[in-house]
Design a protein around this ligand. Structure first.
Ligand code: TLP
Length: 357
């Protein structure tokens, strides 16, 4: 039997040395031997002087992937999103986003702190805002209203369970935004999971936005880093603000090499992660106390609720049996599939799950 944590007080060291089936997030992946070798071999320079050849190569590669003019390597997805908000807005502006999105819920009120903007949240269905709904929240020009400046979409949508934003909806919102001069940013932390599933290229997705960010440290398996892509003047502002908030890095080629390795080797395999999630979701949906909307399991995240255990109890019972999951929003729980969980471990997680019901 795989990964059972023995009962008794073995202390943290003992616990953390056990190999759990870790479904808390795709952020927990560890760099492979080959990725570490690429990091070891990386040519480096001082990136504050824009002299790190590996960072430069990564940024050029992301320009190619996104079809945008410029790209900026940053330490995290949060920083990429917040630099986008900063570079698109002026203090006092308003930013429209979906009410369950990462920028609004998990980035410690950074838009208020760093950009002095107000967030206008719009409720979507499974993370998807429709144009007609957005239109209701766009401000008219009266002097006493804030200016609606930016619309952010999250693709895939994390809290909705990896839901892919439909391309027709993106197009409609984008055309409307362009018409009335509102900027568009995509938090594409997991855009490659969407792209591999729909066959729509990252370049096409990104063509409907002024800026796009994506992460190397999630399903792509790099230890750290994200990218922000957009027009040259926008990236110049983001570059300055990256420095202001302490994100200027020196010999960052060591970590950029992991991101390059991930782009070259780990994008196609994301389909496996999406498939493991779908298998897991289908199996646990057979448990009568589990509620889950299988139609909304589009990629590698499974959001579900259960009527048998309070959330913390189910999390700890699974943990006792070697399966780690995390709490989602409200009554939801979350299991995320990634390159450090095999199909066999996915089957084992299902088996353990079923024994608890
Ligand atoms: N998401 C993390 C947590 O912060 C919730 C996770 O475990 O899923 N955009 C999206 C859509 C994200 O899911 C995340 C991270 C980020 C941005 C931020 O990325 P990092 O953690 O690199 O700052």
């Amino acid at each position: 039997m795989l990964n059972l944590v023995p009962k008794g007080n073995f202390g943290n060291d003992y616990f953390f040395n056990m190999k759990n089936i870790d479904l808390r997030s795709d952020t927990i992946t560890k760099p492979s031997k080959e990725m570490r070798q690429a990091m070891f071999d990386a040519e480096v320079g001082d990136d504050v002087f824009s002299e790190d050849p590996t960072v430069n190569k990564l940024q050029e590669k992301c320009v190619e992937i996104s079809g945008k003019e410029k790209a900026l390597y940053v330490p995290s997805g949060c920083m990429a999103n917040q630099l986008a908000v900063k570079a698109h807005t002026q203090p006092g502006d308003e930013v429209i986003c979906e009410s369950e999105c990462h920028i609004f819920n998990y980035e410690t009120a950074a838009p208020a702190i760093l950009s002095n903007v107000q967030m206008m949240t719009v409720r979507g269905e499974y993370g998807v805002m429709q144009l007609e709904e957005i239109k209701k929240f766009v401000r008219t020009k009266e002097y006493y209203f804030p200016r609606t400046r930016l619309i952010c979409l999250e693709n895939t949508h994390n809290r909705a369970g990896g839901v892919i934003q439909p391309i027709e909806v993106i197009k409609e919102i984008s055309e409307f935004a362009k018409e009335i001069g509102i900027m568009m940013h995509m938090d594409g932390a997991r855009i490659f999971n969407a792209s591999i599933e729909t066959g729509i290229s990252v370049k096409e997705y990104s063509s409907y936005f002024d800026s796009i960010s994506f992460c190397f440290s999630k399903g792509l398996g790099a230890p750290v880093g994200s990218i922000l892509c957009g027009p040259a003047d926008f990236i110049a502002v983001a570059h300055k603000w990256r420095k202001i908030i302490g994100g200027g890095m020196r010999q960052a080629g060591v970590i950029a090499a992991a991101a390059l390795y991930a782009l070259e080797n780990n994008t196609k395999r994301l389909k496996e992660d999406n498939d493991k999630a779908k298998y897991f979701a289908k199996e646990i949906s057979k448990i009568k106390e589990v509620s889950i909307n299988l139609e909304k399991v589009h990629t590698n995240i499974v959001i579900f609720a259960n009527s048998k255990y309070p959330k913390p109890e189910l999390i700890s019972k699974l943990k006792e049996n070697g399966v780690l999951i995390s709490a989602g929003s409200f009554e939801n729980l979350r299991a995320v599939f990634h390159l450090d969980v095999t199909m066999e471990e996915t089957e084992e997680a299902v088996r353990i799950f079923k024994t608890l019901f």
